[in-house]
Design a protein around this ligand. Structure first.
Ligand SMILES: [Zn+2]
Length: 129
């Protein structure tokens, strides 16, 4: 299997914008361990909800990691709900960056949640005075 292509500068910019604009809700973080059906390797799936950029839709982005080699597995093992997630998309790259922040952070998830941007849907739900 060929690894996914490296992200383009535009894709990286969009991923950073998603992350800094509160499109990920860290309270939806779910981690699942499973054995891959092809090859029997043990996998870890990290799943987060991501709010679409222009619509208010929220959809899951699930990234897969091979635990034996400690590597990221691109699609089809990693999945997003958008059209471009069959290759790799800004939603996946943004989640990869967020996962690396979580891994390197010494704070609890609750403390980290306070440091991250407010989820965009919570901001939209606030009444404008
Ligand atoms: Zn996507």
């Amino acid at each position: 299997m060929t690894p996914p292509s490296p992200p383009t500068p535009t894709l990286r910019r969009r991923a950073l914008k998603l992350l800094t604009s509160g499109h990920y809700d860290i309270s939806t973080l779910k981690i699942t361990f499973a054995e891959a059906s092809s090859g029997g390797t043990e996998m870890c799936h990290v799943r987060l909800s991501c709010t679409a950029t222009f619509r208010g839709d929220v959809y899951p982005v699930a990234l897969a990691f091979d635990l034996a080699s400690k590597t990221f597995c691109g699609p089809p093992k990693s999945l997003g709900a958008c059209v471009t997630s069959c290759v790799i998309c800004s939603h996946m790259v943004g989640e990869l960056v967020l996962i690396s922040i979580i891994q390197s952070c010494t704070k609890s998830l609750e403390q980290l949640k306070l440091l991250l941007p407010e989820p965009v849907l919570e901001m939209q739900a606030l009444q404008v005075p």
